[in-house]
Design a protein around this ligand. Structure first.
Ligand code: GUN
Length: 289
């Protein structure tokens, strides 16, 4: 059996087109486009690329996108002062602070300084709490993208056994909450889980968000399962070339899964598309409620 691949690139284009239409209507009504402000502190190479892509993507759908690049040595007070300005600016609808922050900054205090209604990452305790209550406000972008991929794929979630590997605040925990809200029976696995392969073999839906290249093997997969690979790992091939792989061993897993999201081109493109969707949602909620 060879899995059908879930085309996140194509679905992300659909989401972006929906957002573009929404942005046009918003701009007509409010005489200004929705605004997204992305804050990058320091020189992390991957973060630089991610934040530039987020700014660019926001402009491509007609938003006002702005990237604030702060030095590695920025103090906590300086960063909080910028966030206070953005929080109070009526033309700023979405604020995103790229993680990880340099180690001298307290990420919790920084994320708490983003007003919940502008928190397009869904990381503020208020948004985390609302999601846990089943009253989602702004939901983290990667799990939101995963849910959209699952919806598009026709995977039945009601009563399904779902295993999420990874318990991060960015992916694992919110992913589990969203699957639970769709009536799946959800298990969160992590680095201390015993006999992870046996647990995974029970999963109708498996979400791999571990951060370890190709850890999930073919014989961990229940035949016909839906597998979402959230990992993005850069590895060097035996020929000395650099390439991106997921947390799933693609060549093995595709022989057992029914549906599988590839890396690249699966979950990744959905993350930025959902960030744009969250920004539009935040703008509408602030001005139109
Ligand atoms: N770093 C890795 N993923 C993310 C994300 O989704 N949001 C932010 N702000 N930082 C990240």
């Amino acid at each position: 059996m060879t899995a059908t691949l879930l085309d996140g690139k194509a679905l992300a284009e659909t989401v972006r087109a929906e957002v573009r239409t929404g942005v046009e209507a918003f701009t007509q009504t409010h005489k200004r486009p929705p605004g997204l402000d992305v804050v990058l502190v320091g020189d992390n190479a991957a973060s630089r690329i991610y934040t530039r892509n987020k700014e660019k993507a926001s402009k491509e759908v007609g938003m006002r996108g702005r990237l604030h690049t702060l030095a590695e040595t920025t103090s906590q007070d300086e960063l909080l002062a910028l966030l206070a300005l953005l929080a109070n600016d009526p033309e700023v609808d979405g604020i995103l602070v790229q993680l990880p922050l340099p180690p001298h900054l307290a990420a919790d205090r920084v994320l708490d300084a983003v007003p919940p209604e502008k928190d397009v990452d869904g990381f503020h305790p208020v948004n985390v709490g609302l999601l846990a209550l089943g009253r989602p406000a702004l939901v983290p972008c990667t799990p939101l993208g995963c849910m959209r991929l699952l919806a598009q794929s026709g995977t039945r979630l009601r009563g399904a056994r779902a295993v999420v590997i990874g318990r991060s605040t960015i992916v694992g925990k919110p992913m589990a909450q969203l699957l639970l809200a769709e009536h799946a029976t959800v298990t969160i696995a992590h680095s201390r889980t015993q006999d992870l392969p046996a647990l995974c073999r029970e999963a109708d839906v498996l979400v791999a968000a571990i951060g370890k290249a190709e850890m999930v093997r073919g014989d961990w997969i229940k035949p016909g399962a839906t597998v979402l690979d959230v990992g993005i790992n850069r590895v060097t091939t035996s020929e000395g070339k650099s390439k991106l792989v997921g947390d799933v061993c693609f060549d093995e897993v595709k022989e057992r899964a029914g549906l599988l999201s590839p890396v690249p081109g699966g979950v990744g493109p959905m993350t930025i598309a959902c960030l744009l969707q969250n920004t539009l949602t935040a703008a509408r909620r602030r001005l139109e409620r």
